[in-house]
Design a binder for this molecule. Structure first.
Ligand code: PAF
Length: 287
């Protein structure tokens, strides 16, 4: 495995690989890698000839500077995990290298995809995500790029970007991975103290409860209301939103036959903002 710090060097390296049907796969990450990332690496190894994993804490996607300052980082462990999963190149550019100077972002408007839910709660977040993913796609020029369904809205935004600007690139979505206690794996979990971690379990519990309630014939509205009431009573959990949406358009769903419905939640626990999702019908998923 090679660690490359500059785009120019990456170009030279990857140009040596390209051609003859060789498939390059990209896994964009911000580091603090966990088993969710490992699942992306395994999928990329199965489908591609060369796997590039980028580690770049993108300053332009943080609407909250404290979140940026406190974002966990674990380079040594990240490199060890990448190597053990068979990654060929870890790309770790500096901000000035990737953005070719001061970071600049353009306003991105994909309607609900960039303005609803995460877009509404974190103004400018998707402008930064699109800016950096666009730059990573341009730097690596992969045949396939791998993203986790944990960030379901990001996945929809990246699909839209690809449809508009990188039509030859295939976006591969990989399932959300949960810890044994049910909490969705996230780099931010490292910042949860013991008590907050236990309190955070209300998040997966509430979305599973909605899934079961709707399977048991409660209406989506009734199930959502019940879950909201319970979450409001949960010590330490500050609910931001919980809703049922179509996983492609992010329009709200109030009947199970509209699109591919997912239960979506964002909440703050112990000062850490967490998101999670689950398909409303376990037999109907986006991918
Ligand atoms: O999901 C992430 O880790 C980031 O949002 C991404 C896609 C690497 C862009 O910085």
């Amino acid at each position: 495995m090679e660690v490359i710090l500059a785009s120019k060097e990456l170009n030279v390296k990857l140009d040596g690989f390209r051609g003859n049907g060789i498939r390059i796969g990209l896994i964009p990450t911000m580091g603090a890698l966990h088993d969710g990332h490992a699942s992306l690496m395994h999928e990329a190894k199965k489908r591609c000839d060369h796997v590039v994993l980028s580690i770049f804490i993108n300053p332009t996607q943080f609407n909250d500077s404290a979140d940026f300052d406190n974002y966990p980082s674990s380079h040594e462990a990240d490199l060890a995990l990448s190597e053990s999963c068979g990654v060929d190149v870890v790309f770790m550019p500096s901000v000035s290298d990737l953005y070719q100077g001061e970071p600049r972002v353009d306003r991105v408007n994909y309607g609900l995809l960039t303005n609803g839910f995460e877009g509404g709660a974190r103004p400018g977040h998707f402008d930064g995500v699109v800016a950096v993913v666009r730059r990573l796609f341009a730097a690596v020029k992969p045949e396939m790029a791998f993203f986790g369904e944990k960030d379901l809205q990001q996945l929809a935004v990246v699909r839209k970007l690809t449809e508009n600007e990188f039509t030859d690139l295939q976006v591969i979505a990989c399932p959300l991975i949960r810890d044994v206690d049910g909490l969705a794996l996230s780099s931010r979990n490292a910042r949860l103290g013991g008590k907050a971690r236990a309190q955070a379990l209300a998040i997966p519990r509430s979305i599973k409860q909605i899934q079961s309630a709707v399977l048991g014939r409660l209406s989506i509205n009734q199930a959502l209301n019940q879950a909201k009431i319970e979450l409001e009573l949960q010590e330490g959990v500050k609910l931001e939103y919980i809703d049922v949406i179509d996983g492609k358009s992010f329009e709200t769903c109030r009947s199970g036959d509209h699109g591919v419905p997912y239960v979506l939640i964002a909440a703050e626990v112990g000062g850490v903002r967490l998101i999670d999702n689950i398909p409303l019908d376990p037999n109907r998923r986006l991918t």
